[in-house]
Design a protein around this ligand. Structure first.
Ligand SMILES: *[C@@H]1O[C@H](CO)[C@@H](O)[C@H](O)[C@H]1NC(C)=O
Ligand SMILES: *[C@@H]1O[C@H](CO)[C@@H](O)[C@H](O)[C@H]1NC(C)=O
Ligand SMILES: [Cu+2]
Length: 183
C-alpha cells in the first residue's frame, strides 16, 4: 500500500515538474499553419491543446496574404478587425502566454476571419487543482512516522512514585503497629 502511495506521489510530482518546466510551443493549425486554405478548424485545433502560462503560440503564414490580430471577444465574434489590441505581421509570430483566460486572434485581411481564420486560445487556471493534490499526499505519508516513535506517556514515569508511596505507607503502618505494641 505504502509503496503504491509513494509511486502515485512521485508520479504526481513528476507531472507537476514537467508542467512547470516544459513550456510548450503550439503552432496554430499544426502543419497547416495560419491559413484559409483547406478550411482548417481552429476551434477544433484549440480544443485539443492544453495551454499553460509560459507556453508560446506560433502563427506561421505567408505575410503577403495574412496577418494576426489580437482582438476582444466581441470583435472575435463579429470578425471585426477595425481596432485590434495588437497586430502581428512577420509571417512567423511567436506570442508568449502570460495570463489566464481567453486570447482571441483573427486574420485582419477582409473576408478571412469570416472564412474561419480565427482562433480562441483558452488558458485554463489549473494552479488551484495542481497545488491542492501534492500538499495532501505527503502529509498522509508522513503522519504515521512521528506517531509510531512517540513514547508511551505517564504510566512508566508515575508508577515508581506509587510504589514508593506504598512502601512508605507500609513502613509507616508497620512502625505504628510496632510502636503501639511496645509503648
Ligand atoms: C468594429 O468595431 C469598432 C470598434 O469597436 C466599431 O466602431 C465598429 O462599428 C465595428 N464595426 C462593425 C461592422 O461592427
Ligand atoms: C488561479 O488560481 C489560483 C489558486 O486558486 C488563484 O489564487 C488565482 O487568483 C487564480 N487566477 C485567476 C486569474 O483566476
Ligand atoms: Cu488571412
Amino acid at each position: 500500500m505504502e509503496l503504491v502511495e509513494r509511486c502515485i506521489v512521485f508520479l504526481m510530482m513528476t507531472m507537476v515538474a514537467v508542467q512547470v518546466s516544459n513550456a510548450a510551443v503550439h503552432k496554430v493549425g499544426d502543419s497547416s499553419g495560419w491559413t484559409i486554405i483547406g478550411s482548417v478548424d481552429y476551434k477544433k485545433w484549440s480544443a485539443t491543446k492544453n495551454f499553460q502560462i509560459g507556453d508560446t503560440i506560433v502563427f506561421e503564414y505567408n505575410a503577403q496574404f495574412h496577418n494576426v490580430m489580437r482582438v476582444t471577444h466581441a470583435m472575435y465574434k463579429s470578425c471585426n478587425g477595425s481596432s485590434p489590441l495588437t497586430t502581428f505581421t512577420t509571417g512567423k509570430d511567436s506570442i508568449k502566454i502570460t495570463n489566464y483566460g481567453h486570447h482571441f486572434f483573427l486574420c485582419g485581411v477582409p473576408g478571412h476571419c469570416q472564412a474561419g481564420q480565427k482562433v480562441d486560445i483558452n488558458v485554463l487556471n489549473v494552479s488551484a487543482a495542481a497545488a491542492a493534490t501534492p500538499t495532501k499526499s505527503p502529509s498522509a505519508l508522513a503522519s504515521p512516522v512521528p506517531v509510531a516513535n512517540t513514547p508511551a506517556p505517564s504510566p512508566n514515569n508515575a508508577s515508581p512514585l506509587i510504589v514508593a508511596k506504598g512502601a512508605f505507607g507500609f513502613v509507616g503502618l508497620a512502625m505504628t503497629v510496632f510502636s503501639s505494641f511496645y509503648f
